[in-house]
Design a protein around this ligand. Structure first.
Ligand code: NAD
Length: 342
């Protein structure tokens, strides 16, 4: 009891300290594309704050970093208000099969299906470690592209996105809805990241901490010529606003997007029940190093869009999806790691 009282006494100061640290790290990561600590450290502090907020709800700040999505719009960019907000995803930090089971249990409870045996159908995908981007097509023409930003307002990166060769600039207007927003991740492959850092070093310019920061820093350039010189890739995984539905399931949406010419990762699978989720998680972990790009986990999504709609959203994340992460690979380069220790 004495220990409990001591913990409670210390909670407010620790919570304010964590809020300030997470705000600073978030600014460095989301706005400057230059993190000063590895993601695993950020996640550890974030989870500590989540836990304190759960134990002491009265002490939770209305401006807590746990309530926010991403960061602010970088100076110089035109702001774009998203037709549909771009949210975050609940992260399951238990790396074992229990993480998948916990998600399935929550979904079943939220749908009122605890008492039945009918397994839920999920779409399993890679969790790309890049920058979420929204592409807007009107009558088949790419008219706008925006970063996630704070989830409501993002940065206009249309000119930059047009330099990414694998993004279709034009779709057959006969086979797509009049308004079609495609969402996905802008990423940089590992070998392109290493080559870029070598060039930056030779030119005496700053290097990037990891491919994710290199991708973000390359897309968020006021001069699209710089973006054009960097090799960026795009993988589609969701829709934003659409004037007509593309399919009835998440997997169906991805198939349609692939057929329209969008890059969609081949490593994905429709499964039933929590054991199959955990199997996908384990299999992808084994194949992780064979991918040309970084992933920080996998994402499970309830496949039926009707069920997704029924489940809805809570605060900054949908109830129908979850990111199941992997233990961290060393996120920062050696140079950066030394910086942290001094
Ligand atoms: P998140 O990146 O963990 O999850 C949400 C995002 O996942 C989406 O916005 C989307 O961009 C992405 N995504 C990738 N594949 C997807 C798929 N198949 N389907 C749907 N979405 C997919 O959440 P977040 O809130 O954007 O960022 C938190 C992450 O950023 C953590 O990993 C954290 O460690 C890191 N971070 C690090 C620092 C630091 O200082 N090192 C600071 C802030 C945040």
């Amino acid at each position: 009891e004495a220990a409990e009282a001591l913990a409670r006494d210390r909670a407010p100061a620790r919570m304010r300290e964590l809020e300030a640290l997470l705000e600073r790290y978030g600014y460095e990561y989301y706005v400057l594309d230059a993190p000063s600590v590895p993601d695993s450290e950020y996640d550890r502090l974030f989870n500590e704050l989540v836990e304190l907020e759960r134990r002491y709800p009265a002490l939770k700040s209305p401006a807590s970093p746990t309530l926010r999505v991403g960061g602010a719009v970088k100076a110089g960019f035109r702001k774009v208000t998203h037709a549909l907000p771009m949210l975050s995803i609940h992260t399951e930090t238990d790396f074992s099969a229990a993480g998948a089971a916990a998600f399935d249990e929550r979904v079943r409870r939220d749908l009122g299906l605890e008492e039945t045996d009918e397994p839920i159908v999920y779409d399993c995908e890679l969790k790309f470690d890049g920058l979420a981007t929204n592409l807007r097509y009107e009558k088949g023409v790419l008219v706008a592209a925006a970063t996630r930003g704070d989830g409501t307002v993002g940065e206009d990166v249309t000119a930059n996105v047009r330099t990414i060769r694998t993004i279709p600039l034009r779709l057959d207007p006969e086979s797509v809805p009049e308004v079609l927003e495609v969402r996905g991740e802008v990423i940089m492959h590992r070998d392109d990241f290493e080559a870029l850092n070598r060039r930056q070093l030779e030119a005496g310019e700053k290097t990037f901490a990891n491919p994710r920061n290199a991708a973000a820093g390359s897309l968020r350039q006021l001069d699209p010529k710089v973006t054009a010189e960097r090799r960026l890739h795009f993988y589609a995984y969701a829709l934003g606003e659409t004037s007509e539905p593309l399919a009835e399931t998440q997997s169906g949406v991805l198939e349609r997007l692939a057929a329209l010419g969008f890059p969609v990762a081949a490593m994905r699978r429709v499964v039933r029940g929590p054991e199959a989720l955990a199997e996908f998680h384990a299999e992808v972990l084994e194949k992780r190093r064979t991918l040309p790009f970084d992933i920080d986990g996998v994402v499970y999504k309830v496949d039926s869009l009707a069920l997704q709609q029924q489940l809805g959203f809570v605060a900054r994340e949908p109830r129908w999806a979850c990111a199941h992460k992997y233990p961290p690979e060393e996120a920062l380069t050696t140079v950066e790691a030394i910086d942290i220790q001094v």
